[in-house]
Design a protein around this ligand. Sequence first.
Ligand code: SF4
Length: 367
Amino acid sequence: MTTDAIATTAGADGGLVPAVLEVDQLTVTFKIRTRPFRPKQQVTAVNQATFSIARGETLSLVGESGSGKSSTGRGILRLVPLAGGSVRLSGVDVSQLSTAELRKQRRHMQMIFQDPYSSLDPSAQVRDSIGEPLKVHEHLGGQQLTARVAELLDRVGLPAHYMSRYPYEFSGGQRQRVAIARAIALQPRLVICDEAVSALDVSTQNQVINLLEKLQDEEGLSYLFIAHDLGVVRHISDRVAVMYLGRIVEVGPAERVFESPAHPYTVALLSASPVPNPVIQRTRKRIILAGDLPDPSDPPSGCPFTTRCPEVMEICTQVMPPAVEVAGGGHVLCHLYDHVPPPVTPVAIRPTEQPVMHLDAVSPAET
Ligand code: SF4
């Protein structure tokens, strides 16, 4: 096990705060068959992703399906093998740990999935599902285990007697609360929420998000929030990272990214996100990107966005753009800023103003 000094990262307010998670040049590859009867090909799902998350901070990862968001989350937890790079949790390089050491570290990083059935055994009572990590890591049993499960259910807004129920007896929102209770049972430092609210209706979504924020305030949890709903992302994030074809093409404080997106892909993504104000919705400019995400087994040369970018230039197809610092915070990978520092959002694709989505207060867990 390697333990070094804990690095710092820029917090949402620009000050330096200790980094809980440091991801450096993370690369994840898969061998998949892209066409029937053809040999398997190597696909780079995550290409040198680099970012950090501070204690109590929420960093959201956004991008289209297939952009590499979930593979990044799974790579951090080493649920998939890493092809390169490192992942440090509170200074511990988890990418170098043996299986036994990794098992011990896993208590500090947990994942909440879109479908709670992925983490809850449908044939087990909730007491056993929530209690399993407590049995394994803290060797609890009997009354002690029952008391801890009751306490965890209370923290996620569910009554203690629900512990004798099975997952199928809950609504979608309640099942996600049970999954959250299991995720926080060992008081982790980092929770990866992989589309954790995407399958819920809007009001249930709001309640689960408010619950996540309450738990973050109480325990200083750090979240990597993987989502495609930009309204939710805007509400919950301190910082936002935008992924395209396995690369993080823009990262920065949420307010800066939403108010002054620098990368043409971010601008297009934001323009496609509906806003609750019908007047703005009617008048705002929508950027329609041509074509689909390129085949990841045969990515374009130079900038990965060349095949769909409305601003593409000759250099884009030849040279990968370097990371350029953005004045309002963060970085962008785009040749538009080789000579003109961002944030100069390309006028031709500047989006109209988007209002912040406000969520309701936490309400009882009858969802
Ligand atoms: Fe578009 Fe070129 Fe910038 Fe890539 S580098 S996003 S192709 S302008």
